[in-house]
Design a protein around this ligand. Sequence first.
Ligand SMILES: [Zn+2]
Ligand SMILES: [Zn+2]
Length: 346
Amino acid sequence: MQYHPDVNKDASATKKMAEINEAYNVLSDPEKRKKYDQFGEAGLNSDQFTGGHSGGYQQADFSDFFSGTQGGGSFFEDLIGNFFGQQSSYGGSNEASSQKKGSDIFFETALTYEEAAVTGKKIQVQLDRMESCEKCKGTGAKEGTQPKTCSQCQGSGKVMGVQNTILGSFRSVTTCPKCQGKGKVIENPCPSCNGTGRNKKSKRIDLEIPSGLTEGVRIRYRGMGNAGYQGAENGDLYVQIRLKVHEHFQRKGNDLIYQTRITFPEAVMGTNLTIPGLYGTEKIKIPPGTESGAIFTIKNKGMPYPTQSKRKGNLVIIVKTIIPSINQLDKESQNLVKELSKKLKS
Ligand SMILES: [Zn+2]
Ligand SMILES: [Zn+2]
């Protein structure tokens, strides 16, 4: 608090505050924190770490940083929420009055590969969030009344103060004590929201998920976070994507890897295989004389590329030959193999 620009007018304090803000930025973003732990500051500034659908990272806001712990949430609660992948948000009606904009909400969801591949996929999420009060339309003033311009600061939110110290009197601009810097005073607070202009609600909302998502991508939904205080701007909603492990495929970039096994005679004579695909079953012809570990590719049947829904990765099939030990075979098969061995030698 001692370095906050409202308190400390010293130039070095501004620099110090910028450092604090940077640290907060890093700590509050698990992705950034990871980069910082791995690569230091260089990692944070590198372009490759700011991609994805999220459109960059949100800037830490001083008011978020200083919103007290007596409210419904705090900086630390938010930080912990981030690390453990739970929804977290600042809430509470008695948060610091300097916070006008609604805070952001972080949410994590797990998708199957199939869901991540579909274009225009919708998911439903249940969110506890602050919503604009219906009774007062978010103004915080009782129905039929309006917030009034503050008489002490004439709406500017700031007042001149005189500080008496042993060195003399100093004039300074401080936040208006009557309206706490808002410039408006509510004489009759809305009883439904206690004058905050917002209420906590649990709501089920539909979200459209872009196709071609990769593990860990964070999608930003602007204005879908917590409602602002007394009608101020809403925060954003961030959805972090996790991909569930697939029973058939491994993922390598946008390619899907599928491993299958064929018998020794199938490898010798060739065969037709039906295999699971992301968009339905796929057929593939295995030619005679296929070596174990041979790779076959079905083009354009992998994961879509983000934002280019027509372009997809490939489905890559690795075919391995089952080579049984002679003891695992019945008598008849053992004789057939022995006979074949003699034939191949002659
Ligand atoms: Zn209200
Ligand atoms: Zn005022």
